[in-house]
Design a protein around this ligand. Structure first.
Ligand SMILES: [Zn+2]
Length: 159
């Protein structure tokens, strides 16, 4: 048996925030907590929507935003398929948060005022990412859309 001939090893570029394939050759600087800084690629979605989109560098808040996107998608899917059933307190709290004008301090206040059932629930785990992002963007920014859409889904539901 002979070894297969060496083949060129081609690595497709993936987005540094969401791991989607991307091939447009554009990249930004990434400074990991450890290790050397390097250039990473971003997909069109992340490039357009990340809160640090005006910078030629990935910010810690860009990673927070990517986590918010991922977690809200998982939660919205779980809700739609009936895997996640928010408790009554979470519905009420979602309405309160949706009606609040989002600033870093107002959202922090809403998080602090949440009752123990909300604090123990899935929704809190996602929404507590918001104050980090509100340090960088205003409340109508597209980076916050995933959270807005999840809250809209919950508050539109008559249950
Ligand atoms: Zn991406």
């Amino acid at each position: 048996m002979t070894a297969s001939p060496a083949r060129p090893f081609v690595v497709a570029a993936v987005c540094g925030l969401c791991d989607s394939p991307t091939d447009d050759g554009l990249s930004v600087t990434f400074r990991p907590a450890r290790g050397p800084r390097r250039r990473v690629h971003l997909c069109a979605h992340c490039r357009t929507n990340r809160p640090g989109r005006d910078r030629d560098e990935l910010l810690a808040d860009d990673h927070t935003w990517a986590l918010l996107e991922r977690e809200t998608t998982i939660l919205a899917d779980a809700y739609r398929t009936g895997v996640w059933l928010p408790c009554r307190d979470e519905y009420h709290w979602a309405q309160t948060l949706a009606r609040t004008t989002w600033t870093q301090s107002s959202v922090e206040q809403t998080l602090r005022n949440a009752g123990e059932h909300v604090r123990a629930g899935c929704l809190m785990r996602v929404m507590e990412l918001l104050p980090h992002l509100l340090a960088l963007v205003d409340d109508q920014d597209r980076a916050l859309r995933p959270a807005r859409e999840l809250l809209a889904t919950l508050t539109d539901d008559p249950s």
